[in-house]
Ligand binder design. Structure first.
Ligand SMILES: [Mg+2]
Length: 186
């Protein structure tokens, strides 16, 4: 099968990386989650400060190489999927420097994957037209693909737990996702 993976918070623990970066810049961790709502609406930052820090974090090559970690079992599972004959690619909103960083991180793990960056705020639908399976943590990208016949999965994050859809299967970690894909073949 032709499998497409979102990068941030599917392959990597991006939220943990972002949380630590915002915490160190703000000098406190009086917020549970890094989002516009928890930081801007709660009065910790202005929207332009929030956006500036967000850009800085995503473009931070050294910080990312040092502190942006793959989720457990992600790298091994990707290698096992490839070994089982599947094609695995990345379809991410990242572009420019953040996309280069994603490629560096993958290469460092010995993963030579096709990485497609659509740019922040853009739809992934066109980039995903030739794929059979797609997993993302952002419900918006998944909902866009309903009715296309693809197998859709949502990777759980603390932000998306309220989301439910009968045609989008929730997985909580890489072990579960790997088992799902393996069970399709069986
Ligand atoms: Mg994501």
């Amino acid at each position: 099968m032709n499998i497409a993976l979102d990068f941030d918070d599917v392959c990597t623990d991006t939220h943990a990386y972002k949380y630590a970066a915002f915490q160190s810049r703000l000098g406190h961790g009086n917020f549970e989650y890094v989002s516009r709502t928890t930081l801007v609406d709660a009065g910790h930052l202005t929207i332009s400060e929030y956006k500036a820090i967000q850009t800085e974090i995503y473009c931070d090559v050294e910080g990312s190489l040092d502190r942006l970690k793959f989720k457990s079992d992600c790298v091994t599972s990707i290698k096992n999927l490839i070994a089982a004959g599947h094609t695995v690619s990345i379809v991410t909103a990242r572009d420019g420097i953040p996309l280069d960083i994603a490629r560096m991180l993958l290469e460092r793990e010995g993963l030579d994957l096709t990485t497609i960056g659509v740019g922040y705020g853009n739809s992934k639908t066109e980039a995903l037209k030739d794929f059979d399976v797609f997993i993302d943590d952002d419900p918006t990208h998944l909902v866009d693909l309903l009715g296309t016949g693809k197998r859709l999965y949502i990777m759980s994050t603390s932000e998306n737990m309220q989301f439910e859809h009968p045609e989008i299967k929730r997985v909580n970690n890489w072990q579960e996702f790997f088992e799902e894909i393996t069970s399709i073949e069986a």
